[in-house]
Design a protein around this ligand. Structure first.
Ligand code: UTP
Length: 286
């Protein structure tokens, strides 16, 4: 019942970050002092996953390089006596078993997940969309894994959103079986407000049954002309339990320039050393 593999679909074009993402992976942009992607990878590892499977595209090589050894840099750091940094670099390359699969065309999130089939076939697996960075006492993926271990089936993370935000997300509805835990029976990707079945949006964390793969194989393009994961999960919910869990913790949406900037400022304000830097800048503007 445990979840050992975690997929990271990172092959999207990142159009909301253009022109930066023309050549740079948005997942490598810094969030305070380390790349956005490292938050998701640490969450997966602290949720019990051992294998990290990145579904990548052609502008994402820097992610591979980041989690690999960098002999030249390491030797220079060592020879200059910068041992703390040296061990930090080694740790990044040893923290997880990494695998990379190319999604040749960005046909949608559902298609990206399907690209992970050769590695995840036959077992439940986690999915992390690294744009959504969660901060809290209990890693959000592990909150989902616990529900999967207790109740079986697939699990998605839910957050209640305002009417204005409904059309930005996949919206799920179902029967509340326990406080904050819904048995999902409907899901729509980016609905109009009038068509939304609830105000609960699916955020970027999932535990999925391997039965999602045959569904994705037959999935037609949905909203935005993309093969949507939401459509496949709705189909899955007809034959197997899919749970929606209202997660505990705080979410930072780093998929947009405004969200990323605001996450950097908020997290810097919570850092002992950086708080003063930010406050000094703000005060100097008055
Ligand atoms: P988004 O819808 O946020 O798309 O994808 P995006 O390309 O990252 O960014 P925008 O919307 O163009 O600015 C949600 C997640 O699914 C991945 C993305 O990398 C992101 O982690 N994805 C999306 C893929 O891996 N492949 C796809 O074909 C589409």
């Amino acid at each position: 019942m445990t979840v050992k593999k975690c997929l990271f679909p990172v092959a999207g074009l990142g159009t909301r970050f253009l022109p930066v993402t023309k050549e740079i992976a948005k997942e490598m942009l810094p969030l305070v002092n380390r790349p956005i992607i490292s938050y998701g990878v640490e969450e997966a590892l602290s949720s019990g996953c051992e294998d990290i499977v990145m579904i990548t595209g052609r502008t994402k090589r820097s992610i591979e390089n980041y989690f690999d050894r960098s002999f030249e840099l390491e030797e220079i750091l060592k020879s200059r006596g910068k041992l703390e940094l040296y061990y930090k670099m080694i740790h990044i390359s040893e923290m997880a078993e990494m695998m990379y699969i190319r999604q040749r065309e960005p046909l949608g999130l559902g298609h990206a997940v399907l690209c992970g089939e050769p590695v995840c076939k036959g077992e439940y697996f986690g999915v992390i969309l690294p744009d959504d960075v969660f901060v809290g006492e209990v890693p959000v993926l592990s909150q989902l894994v616990k529900v999967h271990e207790r109740l079986g089936g697939s699990v998605v993370a839910l957050e209640k959103v305002s009417d204005n935000d409904v059309s930005r997300y996949g919206i799920a509805a179902g029967e509340e079986k326990e406080p904050g835990i819904f048995r999902i029976n409907d899901m729509i990707e980016k609905p109009k407000l009038s068509e939304a079945p609830s105000r609960y949006a699916i955020m970027g964390r999932y535990v999925l049954s391997p039965e999602i793969f045959p569904i994705l194989h037959n999935q037609q393009a949905g909203a935005g002309g993309e093969i949507q994961l939401t459509d496949a999960i709705r189909e899955l919910a007809k034959s197997e339990p899919v749970w929606g869990v209202v997660y505990e913790g705080r979410r930072f949406d780093c998929g947009t320039q405004k969200g990323w900037l605001s996450a950097n400022i908020q997290l810097a304000l919570e850092d002992e050393d950086l708080r003063k830097v930010v406050m000094d800048i703000v005060n100097s503007q008055k």
